[in-house]
Design a protein around this ligand. Structure first.
Ligand code: ZN
Length: 103
């Protein structure tokens, strides 16, 4: 069963706001990796849904940093696809400066 009830949580930047559905998988592409790497969260993972604070970008960076399969990559991640349990998806690109520019 999908949970359709909005989840309220505290974002470190936006305060008490609505969060996304739980994340099913994060697919990440990185410089130095030939194939995309799927990262499946072990715990329930949700995103600040305001879109104002770069939460998706931070989350991908954090997951990418600790994932064993990404350790052999030579560079940072360049593109990520987040798939939520409700079937929605979100694509993020990682270009330096871009996140700050749209904040
Ligand atoms: Zn936020």
């Amino acid at each position: 069963m999908l949970r359709m009830i909005p989840v309220q949580r505290d974002c470190s930047r936006c305060g008490h706001v609505e969060f996304s559905a739980a994340i099913s998988v994060i697919v990440v592409w990185a410089h130095g990796l030939r194939l995309a790497v799927p990262m499946i969260p072990k715990d329930e993972l949700r995103l600040c849904a305001t879109g104002n604070c770069g939460a998706a970008h931070r989350l991908v960076s954090r997951a990418f940093d600790v994932h064993p399969e990404t350790q052999e990559s030579v560079g940072d991640w360049k593109r990520a696809l987040i798939v939520f349990e409700d079937g929605n998806g979100m694509e993020i690109r990682n270009r330096s400066g871009e996140t700050l520019a749209c904040a």
